[in-house]
Design a binder for this molecule. Structure first.
Ligand code: 13P
Ligand code: SF4
Length: 346
């Protein structure tokens, strides 16, 4: 069955030729990654999208990534997401409307201090536009520390959205953990805006439902079962998990760490399970171990990109029909693009 589907995908790609480029995030299934022209993390894929010449960019990833690709590509290029169900829950944890209401409170409380909003790439275009219009920018896990430095050159305080764990881990990296606070504006028992602005870094209360499931017990277990293993985790993991690990790094750093390992080294990987499985396949000389053991660290948003849907969007293009086009509203495109450009420049 897979062989037949692969043959159909290859036939469609041959017919479409240079009109199509497929970008695949590292968390995509093997059957998607195998057909991708470029495989990478969200930062690398945004750069590939910016350089792509093809008329159609097929995005193996989630909605916010496809939106960013639409913003970054030229107006005559079309971005297609094989499934419209592939939406990252974390991106939905900071809706622009909510943030707008919270922003009014926090800027009021901060009075003369300038707050710069930074949003993680894992957010929708309207929030990216919001950040740019208030002097802020986008970052990914590979450049969050640089985005914070940029923001502190422009203003006095940072509001970081939506991922509290990446925010906290970045604050530690910059030696600012003591000046950092979590804020949930709708928690009746939580801190109010007046209290949070005593800190230089305010973290929105979002998180990745995959990376948040890692626990220090997983690190303990792997050290018992694989005493030679070194442990690397993604900075979307909880602070205590990052502290228990030997190294924390973005998706690109995790890939490079395994690529540069000596044959026979053992690396336990704390990230989405498909990437761990790809690394096992790509680097058989290294012992790559999933940190979670039998627990399932599978991203159900990424999983929505089924290879059957990839077949469908490609065959539809061959028939002259554009399906699942991702188009950012023109009124958001310019400012969201500015937020992304600021990231690409830092
Ligand atoms: P990166 O690709 O920036 O490492 O992001 C990880 C992630 O969770 C993507 O959804
Ligand atoms: Fe969103 Fe986490 Fe899935 Fe990435 S891994 S798409 S952050 S839920």
């Amino acid at each position: 069955e897979e062989a037949e589907r692969t043959a159909r995908i290859e036939a469609a790609l041959e017919e479409l030729g240079d009109d199509v480029v497929i970008l695949g995030h590292n968390y995509q299934r093997r059957e998607i990654v195998e057909h991708a022209d470029f495989v990478g993390d969200s930062y690398q894929l945004s750069k590939e999208a910016a350089n792509a010449d093809a008329e159609y960019v097929i995005f193996g990833g989630v909605t916010f990534m496809a939106e960013s690709a639409d913003i970054i590509t030229d107006d005559d290029q079309t971005v297609i997401l094989p499934s419209m169900e592939a939406s990252c829950p974390m991106a939905g944890m900071a809706e622009a409307l909510q943030v707008d209401a919270a922003w009014a409170e926090i800027t009021d409380a901060a009075s003369d201090d300038d707050i710069v909003p930074i949003t993680y790439m894992n957010s929708y275009a309207d929030l990216k536009a919001f950040c740019a219009s208030h002097g802020g920018l986008v970052c990914t896990s590979s450049n969050a520390h640089k985005a914070f430095e940029y923001a502190f050159e422009k203003g006095d305080k940072v509001l970081f959205l939506p991922d509290k764990h990446l925010g906290e881990n970045t604050a530690h990296r910059l030696g600012m953990a003591d000046e950092t606070v979590e804020w949930d504006p709708w928690d009746p028992d939580g801190k109010d805006a007046e209290e949070v602005v005593d800190n230089d870094i305010v973290l929105w209360n979002g998180y990745c439902q995959v990376h948040e499931r890692f626990r220090t017990d997983h690190v303990k277990e792997v050290r018992e079962t694989h005493p030679d293993a070194k442990v690397i985790v993604h900075p979307e993991c909880r602070r205590e998990v990052v502290e228990a690990a030997d190294k924390a790094g973005s998706t690109a750093t995790i890939c490079e760490t395994v690529e540069n390992a000596d044959p026979g080294d053992t690396w336990a990987i704390g990230t989405e399970i498909h990437l761990t499985n790809h690394l096992q396949r790509w680097h058989p000389e290294v012992n790559v171990v999933p940190l979670c053991g039998d627990a399932c660290m599978d991203c159900n948003a990424m999983r929505q990109i089924d290879p059957n849907y990839l077949t469908w969007v490609l065959e539809e293009l061959c028939a002259g029909r554009e399906r699942n086009v991702i188009e950012v509203a023109p009124e958001e495109k310019e400012m969201a693009g500015l937020a992304l450009e600021r990231m690409l420049e830092i």
